[in-house]
Design a protein. Structure first.
Ligand code: SF4
Length: 497
């Protein structure tokens, strides 16, 4: 097993990463390890990134070896769904105090915490996360995990991704390395079959993978492991026996997909379950990969039949929204796979994408956007809050889709906004998810609140001062205009006055 420093260097030198391939040998050796500028980890540190990737493994106890705040920072900040186990949502931390740090009692406290969890909850595994403080004082979590695993007879997995190592995205990849080093391949399944697949980089946010899995079930395709969404430890541990894999978010776990292909011959493709045609294409690709790996070619026809049925059903449901949303302009402020997959999904129903952020997108993501939007002019690397506000308040978009952090810019600009990041409340994957996404956009755009909040505030209107009751038609018209401006009465009500 490589040292943490060597692992980070390896992750930076990912051969499947296009950005990396585009560099010369010297730049590649240097890696992507530029130091973070202050504030850059505001979107999450490496520890946070590792926790995001691993926490949705639902029957595992996730133990954060740190003072209390790191767990407070990362606990349950994404809406991943579980169909069974709930242990992953219990917060475990060694909660180191200053005195314990000074006295060097961290490792002992960690060992005791592992014992306590194993006795109280008997999980199949405990994941132990290092953090800035415990890494800086040199806690050897690998040694403690090894000793605890032998003593308590369960898997204890060290996750070496302290916050200072780098960005959230680096932490995502280090989590993949932890799975490769300590989990995947440690259990041999006795029921491996020709239709087993893995789904990688799918987080089951708002339970959206549950809208896709029934489609795979109907085709007789078994999801050996969805990593990490709604995953169980033993499924992940035996996922090396899958025949094919789909990579949903390559920004997070491309290293995992590539290494599983190299070590266990599991071919993978990158796809998306957002949008009608992307969902259909993903199902086709899965079927084709399985046939390449020896499955009955009959699955190709079965897949086409299912796609035809589901597409017809979804388009019938979307028809009413298509008429209402045709030509509406969308500003997408998200990242990674969503920067192109949601853009594609919305253009399918006739909406116009006026901009999509590509800050966290790979080179391939950007190429896809260019193909979907026919040019690269609508991509923006990063937009300052001020510019976003200016764009929205000038009415250049009818709705913004983004994460919760930028919602207030849209709301301040009196522009409809919909959450499509991790805290969203509705599942948007698969055919049904697309219908739900469009339904939510329609509800938000056509919500009457926008007309009301855009009306001038009563205190911004000129006062209605009349010495006498209006008698002529023109006086009545003046009062009507002033009262409507002040929101005192709808024009129609005035006639009743
Ligand atoms: S790991 Fe470091 S950067 Fe991340 S939350 Fe903890 S102290 Fe902060």
């Amino acid at each position: 097993m490589a040292s943490p420093g060597a692992t980070i260097q390896q992750v930076f030198n990912e051969p499947a990463c296009d950005k990396n391939r585009g560099k010369d040998a010297r730049a590649r050796k240097h890696g992507c390890s530029k130091p973070l500028t202050p504030g850059e980890a505001a979107g999450g540190c490496a520890f946070d990134g590792a926790k995001i990737v691993l926490q949705p493994i639902t029957d595992v106890a996730h133990l954060v070896h740190a003072p209390l705040a790191c767990e407070g920072n990362s606990w349950d900040n994404r809406g991943a769904g579980s169909s069974g186990a709930t242990l992953w949502r219990t917060s475990f931390t060694t909660d180191l105090t200053e005195l314990e740090l000074v006295m060097g009692q961290g490792e002992r406290k960690l060992f005791k915490a592992i014992r306590e969890i194993s006795q109280a909850y008997a999980p199949p595994a405990i994941f132990v996360y290092s953090t800035c403080v415990t890494a800086l004082i040199g806690e050897d979590i690998e040694a403690v995990c090894k000793r605890a695993a032998e003593k308590f007879g369960l898997a204890v997995v060290p996750v070496n991704a302290p916050g200072f190592a780098g960005s959230k995205n680096l932490g995502n990849k280090l989590a993949g390395e932890a799975l490769l080093d300590h989990v995947i391949g440690t259990v041999e399944p006795d029921d491996a079959g020709p239709y087993d697949i893995n789904i990688l980089g799918e987080f089951n946010l708002s339970g959206e993978f549950w809208l896709v899995k029934p489609l795979l079930d109907r085709l007789g395709i078994r999801v050996r492991a969805c990593i990490p969404g709604d995953a169980r430890y033993l499924d992940v541990a035996s996922s090396h026996r899958a025949r094919a894999a789909m990579m949903v978010c390559s920004t997070a776990l491309i290293n995992l997909a590539r290494k599983m292909e190299e070590r266990w011959g599991i071919p993978f493709f990158e796809g998306s379950f957002y949008g009608i045609s992307d969902t259909s294409q993903a199902l086709r690709n899965i079927a084709e990969l399985l046939v390449r790996k020896g499955a009955d070619p009959g699955i190709l026809d079965r897949t086409e039949t299912l796609i035809a049925q589901e597409e017809t059903r979804a388009w019938n449901k979307l028809d009413v929204f298509r008429r209402r949303l045709q030509g509406k302009r969308v500003l997408l402020n998200t990242g990674g796979v969503k920067s192109w997959s949601i853009a594609h999904a919305l253009t399918e129903i006739g909406m116009e994408i006026v901009g999509t952020s590509v800050k966290k997108s790979t080179v391939e993501d950007k190429e896809r956007i260019k193909q979907i939007l026919k040019d690269g002019n609508h991509m923006f690397e990063q937009m300052a809050a001020r510019e976003l506000y200016a764009m929205l308040s000038q009415g250049e978009a009818d709705i913004m889709l983004s994460g919760g952090r930028t919602q207030f810019i849209a709301l301040k600009a009196k522009t409809p906004w919909l959450d499509i990041n991790q805290e969203r409340q509705h599942p948007y994957a698969g055919y049904e998810g697309m219908v739900e996404l469009v339904r939510q956009i329609d509800l938000v755009i056509h919500n009457p609140i926008w007309r009301q909040v855009r009306d001038p505030a009563p205190w911004d209107c000129p006062p209605v001062i009349m010495d006498e009751m209006p008698t002529t038609t023109s006086e009545m018209a003046t009062v009507r205009a002033l009262k409507t401006c002040a929101g005192l009465a709808a024009a129609a009500d005035l006639d009743a006055c």
